[in-house]
Design a protein around this ligand. Sequence first.
Ligand SMILES: [Fe+2]
Ligand SMILES: [Fe+2]
Length: 139
Amino acid sequence: MTGPSLKQLHAHKQIHDTGLGLAIEMTDDLIVKFREGDEKEIVTQVVEIVEFWESRVLSHAEAEEEAGGLYAEMEAKSPELHDKVQMLKRDHDLLKQVVTKIKMQMENEGFSTQIIDYCRTLIILNEMHSRDEEKFLLA
Ligand SMILES: [Fe+2]
Ligand SMILES: [Fe+2]
């Protein structure tokens, strides 16, 4: 997910939107499985959701923050973007914290409906973050 595509609004927005769509789909699936009540299926789905957020979204965030990545480049080009970049980094941090909460809670207490709340929180946070990123850095 590195390379020039992150610096192009259209390609970058597409990565955001594809990810968002998948996250919504997987979370909706989790709710269906929760209603069906099959414990094993529920746990499998949560594991898949966590893997999705880590491999698709948190790794995307890491690429944006890495040395020479999008954030560093934009800030070097336009130093006035510093505060916006800090805000966007904080969003990444919150996403990471919520993913960690899901993992910790699954490990310590197992599934509860709070996991669904965390999944929905990730979707909302990520959508707000993506729109701001597109507006501040890519428009
Ligand atoms: Fe980002
Ligand atoms: Fe992004």
